[in-house]
Design a protein around this ligand. Sequence first.
Ligand SMILES: [Zn+2]
Length: 355
Amino acid sequence: MSPMQIRKMDDMHVHLRQGDMLHRALSHTAVQCERALVMPNTIPPILTATDLVKYRESIIEALASVESFTPLMTFKIVPGTTPAEIHSLKAHGAIAGKLYPDGVTTNSEGGVTDFKALYPVYKAMQDEGLVLCLHGEMPGAFSLDRETLFLDVLRTIAADFPKLKIVLEHATTADAIKCVSELPDNVAASLTVHHLYLTLDDVIGDRLNPHAFCKPIAKRPEDRDMLVKAATSGNPKFFLGSDSAPHPIPSKECACGAAGVYTAPVLLPALIELFERNNQLERLEAFTSEFGAKFYGLPLNKDTITLTEESWTVPDEYHGVKPFLSGSTLKWKVAADKTTAAVTDARATVRAPRA
Ligand SMILES: [Zn+2]
């Protein structure tokens, strides 16, 4: 079979972390993506222009050996965020602000409960052409209903700020797909790879699988089917935002395990299989590398990535983090260049399957 070439991806939602984890995990994203929208829920969070500049510098420094990758910077919107700070963040290179409702996911404590109180902030973002990224879950609601109950907040903000670009991040329900499809073109949704594969049964249907635990939690089969339909539909409102979120294995395999799935190492191979299965391979590149850029008003990436049809087993761990689909055999492999070879040799270990 001849190799497959596709335009390098834009991952419009990724957690690159900090320190050691940033250094270890970044290569997987940078090899497959020319750009990625970097989430701001670091410790401490990215709240100001100074925080943003410092974080961008640490990402670029961690990239030393990887060519041509641009981190797209975001900030965290908190109850104390001011319009003046928005203007300063924009001037220092922010392209989006992320709103986390209080307490709904990793490091979202101190998040927002009063969405209307932030209207001056949305107005400043609209004026500056910044994108509002929403973690769309209603705090305090029952887990499976949190996203559906949040959709009224989305509808209200979209109606009151018709020129504000809004992304419902990591949509997980048929309700969200329907809502985003019906709203005007200033509203889009990012879709993760793991939510295109998982349902709640993969988390709790048999023995508890902490590595499939994420926020928002995977939902019903009919929800997953609707996400796959949206991803493969060719509708530019739906694009890739992996929400890849590495946590060390001990933070997942314990009481009070962390939420997040580490999909970065398998991003494109997993998507190819899914689009192939749905006979929509010709729509993959638009989903991964065009619709996100167009929504954010960015030029399309110029570089391509090459994949060869060569089956490989996803390792049990990369640098102490269990990747999505570990132990599975995938059909397409990112063609080895200097960077991928280094990543594979130094950081992957394959263990015998667990009984
Ligand atoms: Zn996220």
